[in-house]
Design a protein around this ligand. Structure first.
Ligand code: BES
Ligand code: MN
Ligand code: ZN
Length: 496
């Protein structure tokens, strides 16, 4: 979607378009509204009245544009109370409503209500998120089933400032989210560790440094926990490190670490067939990291940020690891693999330990589609946060509010930690069913690999993809969850 910001203008210099006129509850209509009303001989206000467009959100009406303008159609829509206005959601809602309407250009009139350039940029982000599609493998899709809109123009006072906010922040945020969605949408026969690593390597054009460790390099480092997961797959495991040095030289970096299981069959502890196809998205944590790194690099963030993703495919095979196998992680700690389907924590154990030792980060956050239990706990509305640092947990809560990606903190403590102990090794990768708290004990397992680095684990198993979609910003199964959140967290706490 092409995004631009324009001065309020109605008669001249505007492409043929569908124009959107917001109506706020109890607020005076904007000049744009009044101008259109006048040009159309009061048809706008008459249509609004007939259609009960009185400012309530969701009440809309559409009329033909007045003669003598390039506005083919006018869409008049209720936006609720002016001081409760969410520009991002509004941009998404109207884009979703008009995406297939036949017009190629959409003009959203945000002028005339005292909205800010940031509001305008956020509305544009909403438009980008709502117009996302994943049609690359649909070769017979009819033309009328494809979006007609190609360009969204936001009319606002001071478009130059809105453009700057777009170029410096919100545009890259949109790109990063769409990259994360693309990665999660890709099926596992197209996106597997090596092809995935190659895609990440291409991000060097943004100024990122990308290093790929293959199986031999990981073996040398002692990453047997990660390698054990990929052992049953003919596809080689990869560890990819993305470096962004935008901050002061010598300042310790922050590390973002992602679970990248490109397909999770469960391994020998095989998952049931129904719904298993969703497990192409089990690399959602890594996609969030890659998307965030794109955004951070594209907006030239003044921060030192390292992204690390562990890419493996979890398959059953003669060479696959067996339940009961004991592996030695890079940290030296041994793990009894009682269930080969609890593989994400095995991948992260080595990735986190590597990040800690190699980069001495001042903070470290990992994202993972780690447990089905987090869906039982929080559904699809919040990701679960687990942290050894109240400060990071609070920062994440704030970043969530400012990025429309909600999180909720759950506890970690010694009592839960004990549940991970094994009589046969230093720990086991599952806990007794009767003990419950499956998401927390997974978090306790990870904590054993972070030492005293301030750290948080975000379990995105319920938010990385969604089958029941109601938010217009999430038009596909994959949401890209985590890319916006991580970018926000870096921007708010680690820049300047
Ligand atoms: N990738 C799954 C978790 C998952 C489940 C993500 C549903 C998204 C939707 C993970 O590897 C897994 O299989 N976890 C097991 C852990 C169990 C064996 C302790 C689970 O949650 O059932
Ligand atoms: Mn699994
Ligand atoms: Zn998994």
């Amino acid at each position: 979607m092409k995004i631009s910001f324009i001065n309020p203008q109605i008669k001249e210099g505007q492409a043929k378009s569908v124009a959107v006129l917001p109506v706020f509850k109890g607020a005076k209509p904007s000049d744009a509204y009044k101008t259109y009303d006048k040009l159309s001989k009061k048809r706008v206000s008459a249509a609004a009245k007939a259609g009960q467009v009185d400012g309530r959100t969701g009440k809309s009406t559409e009329i033909l544009g007045p003669d003598g303008t390039k506005t083919n159609r006018l869409y008049v829509t209720g936006c609720g109370k002016r001081d409760e206005f969410n520009a991002e959601l509004f941009g998404a809602r109207v884009t979703k409503a008009l995406l297939m309407c036949g017009e190629t250009t959409l003009v959203i009139h945000l002028d005339g209500y005292g909205l800010s350039p940031t509001d305008a940029a956020q509305a544009a982000l909403g438009a980008v998120l709502a117009s996302y599609r994943f049609d690359k493998y649909r070769t017979t899709l009819a033309a009328d089933k494809k979006p007609s809109l190609k360009s969204v123009k936001i009319a606002i006072e001071n478009p130059a400032k809105a453009r700057a906010a777009w170029n410096n922040f919100y545009g890259p945020v949109g790109e990063g989210t769409l990259i994360a969605r693309d990665l999660v949408m890709e099926p596992a026969n197209k996106l597997y560790p090596v092809s995935y690593a190659k895609r990440i390597k291409k991000m060097e054009t943004l100024g990122l440094k990308v290093q790929i460790l293959g199986e031999a390099a990981m073996k040398k480092l002692g990453m047997d926990a990660l390698l054990g997961v990929g052992q049953g797959s003919p596809r080689a495991s990869q560890l990819v490190i993305m470096k962004w040095d935008g901050g002061k030289k010598g300042t310790k970096p922050v590390c973002l670490v992602g679970k990248g299981v490109t397909f999770d069959t469960g391994g020998i502890s095989l998952k049931p067939g129904a719904g298993m196809w969703d497990m192409k998205g089990d690399m959602g944590g890594s996609a969030a990291v890659v998307g965030a790194m794109h955004t951070i690099a594209a907006r030239k963030a003044k921060a030192n940020v390292i992204g690390i993703v562990g890419l493996v495919e979890n398959m059953p095979d003669g060479k696959a690891q067996n339940p009961g196998d004991i592996v030695t992680s890079m940290s030296g700690q041994t793990i009894e693999v009682l269930n080969t389907d609890a593989e994400g924590r095995l991948v992260l154990a080595d990735a986190l330990w590597y990040a800690k030792g190699k980069f001495k980060p001042k903070a470290m956050i990992n994202l993972a589609t780690l447990t089905g239990a987090i869906i039982t706990c929080l559904g699809h509305e919040h990701a679960g946060v687990f942290s050894n640092s109240d400060e990071i947990a609070e920062q994440l809560q704030k970043a969530a509010e400012n990025s429309s990606e909600a999180v909720w903190r759950l506890p970690l403590n010694k009592a839960y930690d004990k549940l991970v102990d094994s009589p046969n090794a230093d720990m086991k990768n599952i806990t007794a069913g009767a003990d419950g708290a499956g998401s927390i004990t997974a978090g306790q397992f990870l904590q054993r690999f972070v030492g005293d680095v301030p750290w948080a684990h975000i379990d995105i198993a319920g938010t990385a993809w969604k089958s029941n979609r109601s938010d217009p910003r999430e038009p596909t199964w994959a949401t890209g969850f985590g890319a916006r959140l991580m970018n926000r967290w870096v921007a708010d706490n680690h820049e300047g």
